[in-house]
Design a protein around this ligand. Sequence first.
Ligand SMILES: *Cc1c(COP(=O)(O)O)cnc(C)c1O
Length: 372
Amino acid sequence: MPYERPNIQRLTAYTPGEQPTATRLVKLNTNENPYPPCDAVMEAIRSVAAESLRRYPPPTAPKFRQAAAKLHGLEPDQVLATNGGDELLRMAVSVFCLPGEMGGASRGGLGETYPTYSLYDVLADIHDTPAIKVPLNEDWSLPDPRKFAQAVIDAGCRLVMVVNPHAPSGRLEPPEVLRELAAALKGHAVLLIDEAYVNFAKRDAVELLRESTRGELDNVLILRTLSKGYSLAGLRFGYGLGHPSLIAALDKARDSYNTDALAQAAALAAIQNTDEARKTWDKVIEQRAWLTDQLRQRGFTVAPSESNFVLAQPTQGPGAKDLYQSLASLGVFVRYFDHDRLRDKLRITIGTPEQNTILLQELDRIAGSKKE
Ligand SMILES: *Cc1c(COP(=O)(O)O)cnc(C)c1O
């Protein structure tokens, strides 16, 4: 007899992108930053004292929170440090959504767009709370904020997750649209704006928290991660920004020592040296424009992206799934989603100029061999 809860028995677990181990490969499938973390981060890790590993770490990462508050023009009580952004997502679901029977039929659940970051559904399933999906428009823009809000409020959602820039399309909604959505949800649900990729975008939504002495918008929570922008996916460090009352609620549900001493030291160094990381963002943004152009010249439809990846749809020659498989056999890994509206597209992480060039060469080779 299985001992786990029925919803866990039924659960389809999150599928991460492959982490191939061969040495000569071009890995453009999990949106990592193609450049290494800055020297200050490596130095901070090297200089962690044995004593600070012997002891438990500071439970709430106060130095990091102070520095993050300064970076964003907020107060430290508006910052929560987490073990990767994914931990913040999990905490938000468990703190704001009603599980199983408690929620009753379709009450107290999670609102989201379709498509979106596929982990959201998994977290809702683990928590046994319903996920209500509102389809994005044809151009990946959000539906009218008031209609979107009404749909999820009517369905009884307590938490709404919007990834911005959107994954997997890369589209950015301006903060004005998110403000409208947050205002319409106020009093009903928390709006979690997942800014995992915002370092590669023109604008962020932190102004929603800064306004009117820490916000009449008491229901906005913003996710940040060091995984993408700061080249630290292997470290596991993220943070939440939000109204102090939301941060305090989440903090109650935190693991006692959710971020470790090494990660706290490295994360602090990373956000104190944002100028170093910004150099990598600029390179990625430049390559994004170049790769978009090159893919379009080869007959792909490419959605405009404000992220470190593009969503590309082949319009001639082999289809997306064939391309994905052919590329993988050549050591070039991109991401393929067998989901509605995505199975005819590839999500391609922006790599270094060398990696992007290899991708295009292999695409050309595949196109050539198919013609012969
Ligand atoms: C990468 C990512 C996160 C957080 O990732 P962590 O590595 O756990 O910090 C959150 N949301 C989206 C959409 C992401 O792509």
